[in-house]
Design a protein around this ligand. Structure first.
Ligand SMILES: Cc1cc2nc3c(=O)[nH]c(=O)nc-3n(C[C@H](O)[C@H](O)[C@H](O)COP(=O)(O)OP(=O)(O)OC[C@H]3O[C@@H](n4cnc5c(N)ncnc54)[C@H](O)[C@@H]3O)c2cc1C
Length: 385
């Protein structure tokens, strides 16, 4: 338990802890909702997601009218901590629940909210985010996937890439260009596309760790009904900013994962010998472990700054960029430290996967260079380059 958090969150913490003790099956413990899930794992996660939804824990920050608890930031923090502590899998739809749902709530029609949100919350529909393209990542507004209005349908043609969960998705929050002659931020529209429509081809992309975590999605004369429109035509950039600001707001919980890995690494160093010497007695290894431990605690302090900002009604801004950047640096430092401290053991299994996967953290959710530019301008007040 964290003594720094207000005592009035204690009853909620106890409620969640007891619920997890009674409801989390042993075989679910530690199961990740990321990567290549086989059908049995997917079924198990879907059942777990429904349990979470029935108990009101799948989307606690959502308003009650959409099945949430309108929970404040401290309850969200406590729930994340207790889920981590119990090694409970997160809900099946992380991108949908955290990033896409707030956009549907802000921009959607009543019909969209009523039909899409409950199924998303229960994990009945899996959602992906169709923003990036081969020529549009950091410069997202250059996207070229086209949609042309034809009666009561949009005809969509083009390609998306790096779509997390794309190979499992039932729906996609898709950004398309609807006015090629307008300035690039003004000719974009957002559609909520049923991924089972004819003309959609999904090709899984295999990562360095061998998992099919994300996909390429190809659209060939796909007829999406106009009821799929989210927000006004040609105002998709504003919808995308709602989605991305919620993605950035989620960084406050990142310290939970890194601090758990650091604790495991220190424990592994206590138990291992390399060349007949206990790793924990090696002076270089001790320095490296102390360094990575300090960075983990620093990540927690940054998370607390984000939480304090949220509690004081400050919109998530540059501090999210600092926290995201620091998380990516720490993930990669954990990878390097594990390789140095554990030797050959760090090349395989969980440590090997972790080290390879850590490379993606400086790209996903905004690259290191883009984050540094944001910090330079908004925190340091330096001129735009
Ligand atoms: C694990 C993972 C999950 C992802 N999930 C999704 C998803 O679900 N949906 C989705 O749509 N996308 C997703 N992405 C894609 C991600 O958003 C993009 O990869 C990211 O925005 C970078 O775009 P890019 O790959 O096109 O690289 P580019 O933008 O082409 O960048 C290439 C390099 O140039 C640098 N660079 C670019 N512009 C500048 C600049 N102005 N100044 C300085 N340097 C610059 C970048 O930092 C980078 O090093 C995911 C990516 C990863 C790694």
């Amino acid at each position: 338990m964290d003594y720094r958090y207000p005592p009035d969150t204690l009853p909620f913490r106890m409620e969640v802890r007891q619920w997890l003790q009674h409801n989390l099956d042993e075989e679910l413990r530690g199961l990740s909702n990321r990567g290549a899930l086989n059908p049995e794992q997917l079924d198990a996660l879907r059942r777990w997601n429904r349990k979470l939804a029935d108990a009101g824990y799948a989307a606690i920050s959502w308003p009650a009218e959409y099945g949430g608890r309108a929970a404040g930031v401290m309850e969200q923090v406590v729930l994340a901590e207790e889920m981590h502590r119990a090694e409970a899998p997160a809900a099946l739809n992380p991108i949908g629940l955290a990033n896409i749902a707030p956009s549907i709530m802000a921009w959607g029609t009543e019909e969209q909210k009523r039909t899409l949100l409950p199924r998303m919350q229960r994990g009945d529909d899996i959602w992906c985010q169709g923003f990036s393209e081969p020529g549009a990542g950091s410069d997202l507004a250059s996207l070229r996937c086209r949609a042309v209005l034809d009666g009561d349908h949009f005809i969509v043609n083009g390609q998306k890439v790096w779509n997390t969960l794309g190979h499992l998705a039932d729906y996609c929050e898709l950004l398309v260009r609807t006015d090629p002659d307008a300035p690039k931020h003004q000719g974009i529209t957002c559609l909520l596309v049923d991924m089972h429509l004819p003309g959609i081809t999904v090709k899984p992309l295999t990562t360095l760790t061998g998992e099919d975590e994300f996909s390429e999605i190809f659209f060939e004369d796909v007829r999406a009904p106009t009821s799929a429109l989210l927000g006004p035509v040609n105002q998709g950039w504003q919808v995308a900013m709602t989605t991305l600001s919620n993605e950035r707001a989620g960084v406050a919980n990142l310290h939970l994962g890194v601090r758990k890995k650091i604790a495991r690494l220190i424990q592994a160093a206590r138990e291992r010998e390399v060349d007949g010497l206990p790793v924990s007695r090696d002076p270089i290894a001790r320095q490296q472990l102390a360094r990575v431990y300090l960075y983990g605690e620093y990540q927690k302090a940054l998370a607390d700054v984000c939480i304090a900002g949220e509690l004081n009604g400050r919109p998530p801004g540059a501090e999210s960029s600092i926290t995201k950047q620091s998380w990516s640096d720490i993930e990669q430092l954990i990878g390097e430290t594990s390789a140095s401290v554990l030797g050959a053991e760090a090349q395989r299994g969980d440590w090997g996967d972790n080290r390879l996967y850590s490379r993606a953290t400086s790209i996903a959710g905004g690259t290191t260079q883009i984050n540094k530019n944001i910090i330079a301008r908004r925190v340091l007040g330096l001129p735009k380059d």
